[in-house]
Design a protein around this ligand. Structure first.
Ligand code: AP5
Length: 218
């Protein structure tokens, strides 16, 4: 199965991606995670990405397309693919189409998780992640069973640099201006677009997504 996972910041893409991988076993590629890994490497490119991300703006298309093409090229085609956070502009979607066409590996669906702005701000400002294993939490909605440390590995919980409210508002604005047109692009191109209500409990969102994805092709 090859799917694109879309939705505003904080809609629950990362949370649901981890669950879908458990159910369907496809390879999960998050553009945000790839850029944060580059940032952590301390490279010149990583420093440039860090500044852009901290401002809540989008990374330029040429950089995104090159990095994502490399990451997609390294995935075994038989394992399936879930793209999370990419494409985020129409130019990126066109570049992805060209790559998939070249590999004869079309998309099965585009899944869009919806959530409203105020809910998003509450979710993102409460988000924490384990600095050791990467497991995600929310201080209120999905707290660690061990309080301030990860309940899977005892690692310290950290907050992302771009999770301050003013940056979140900027990320939301970029989503509306630059990423919502990608949904229209996919609809116009005849792709299967599935909308899932992200304003439910995480388990209810997962159930809706699994049901919709299982029904593909039937
Ligand atoms: P990226 O890392 O992709 O961030 P994002 O899209 O803004 O999404 P988030 O990771 O913030 O949220 P999410 O939807 O994964 O939510 P989560 O599951 O964590 O991108 C970061 C930056 O990189 C961008 O701003 C940009 O600069 C750059 N970038 C990345 N890709 C790019 C591209 N293609 N082009 C250009 N630039 C790019 O959930 C959020 C919180 O809510 C968590 O704490 C979670 O526990 C909680 N939660 C989740 N679901 C629920 C629920 N149902 N109920 C209650 N709480 C919930």
């Amino acid at each position: 199965m090859r799917i694109v996972l879309m939705g505003p910041p904080g809609a629950g893409k990362g949370t649901q991606a981890a669950r879908l991988v458990e159910t369907f076993g496809m390879k999960h590629l998050s553009s945000g995670d790839i850029f944060r890994a580059e940032k952590a490497s301390g490279s010149a490119l990583g420093k440039k990405l860090a500044d852009i991300m901290a401002a809540g703006a989008l990374v330029p298309d040429d950089i995104v397309v090159e990095m994502m093409a490399k990451a997609i090229g390294a995935v075994d085609e038989a394992s399936g693919l879930m793209l999370d956070g990419f494409p985020r502009t129409v130019a990126q979607a066109e570049a992805l189409d060209a790559t998939l066409k070249q590999n004869s590996t079309p998309l099965d669906a585009v899944v869009v998780i919806t959530a409203d702005d105020n809910e998003i701000v509450g979710r993102i400002t409460g988000r924490r992640a384990c600095g050791t294993c990467g497991k995600g939490f929310h201080v209120k909605f999905m707290p660690s069973a061990k309080g301030d440390v990860c309940d899977a590995c005892d690692g310290a919980l950290t907050q992302r640099d771009d999770d301050r409210e003013e940056v979140v508002r900027q990320r939301l604005s970029a989503y509306k201006k630059q990423t919502e047109p990608v949904i229209a692009y996919y609809r116009a191109s005849g792709a299967k677009v599935i909308e899932v209500n992200g304003s439910q409990s995480p388990d209810a969102v997962t159930a809706d997504m699994v049901k919709a994805l299982r029904s593909l092709g039937s």
